[in-house]
Design a protein around this ligand. Structure first.
Ligand SMILES: [Zn+2]
Length: 222
């Protein structure tokens, strides 16, 4: 299993999203759909795309999903709560970037509750991690590689001030994640990281989020 990352270069928006391509022999799996087909095809070559895993349906992570859908005709996995994000530009945030985009997909497979996947012979555990958004998912591969979307970054965690964001749920999701066994973490933005590095950081971030919640709680003018 080899992971290649294509980072989108939307310089005007300062949103450099990571689209990951996991190569398993002559097959591959794509995590998120921020990068254009043109940018991912040189990596995919003539490999079969077996599935697309979406970490959450914020527009920077699904911008090119419709072209993936028609080109690859493979299942697109996302959490069932992503449905409204696809249909509503306010939820997928495209509204705030002047696009007002809705996404119509033929091959969506909504993940409801606990469901383990086996794709290209690899076991994958989808983990529901709401907090950054209500539809946030992480995907844990059997070799201990975690795809964390916008839940965890190198030395940071996801923001919770966007629609359906929730600091308490993010704290719970981080707690759940850190109990699991994994090594490398491929994130939705910025560089990749690993569990060892995050073990030092996540507790600091949880304290920071809690302190901020406390501050807000006592600031009656806000
Ligand atoms: Zn996001």
């Amino acid at each position: 299993m080899e992971v290649k990352t294509v980072r989108t270069n939307w310089a005007d928006r300062e949103l450099n999203q990571n689209t990951h391509i996991i190569i398993i022999g002559n097959k591959c799996i794509i995590v998120d759909a921020g990068a254009s087909l043109e940018d991912i095809m040189p990596i995919i070559g003539n490999r079969e795309v077996e599935a697309i895993l979406i970490t959450h349906a914020h527009y920077d992570h699904i911008w090119h999903i419709e072209s993936y859908d028609t080109t690859f005709s493979c299942p697109i996995y996302m959490h069932e709560k992503a449905d409204i994000f696809l249909k509503n530009p306010e939820y997928n945030l495209s509204k705030y970037f002047g696009a007002n985009k809705t996404f119509n997909l033929n091959n969506v497979h909504y993940i409801k509750g606990k469901e383990n996947l086996n794709i290209a012979g690899v076991n994958i555990q989808p983990i529901y991690t709401p907090g950054h958004s209500e539809d946030s998912m992480c995907y844990l591969f059997e070799d201990g590689t975690l795809f964390s979307g916008d839940t965890i970054f190198a030395r940071a965690v996801g923001r919770t001030d966007l629609i359906t964001g929730n600091p308490n749920r993010l704290i719970a999701s981080l707690g759940l994640l850190m109990k699991l066994d994994f090594n490398e973490i491929y994130t939705g933005h910025l560089r990749s990281t690993n569990k060892q590095e995050q073990e030092k950081n996540v507790s600091v971030w949880i304290r920071y989020i809690k302190a901020n919640l406390l501050k807000k709680h006592f600031d009656y003018n806000k």
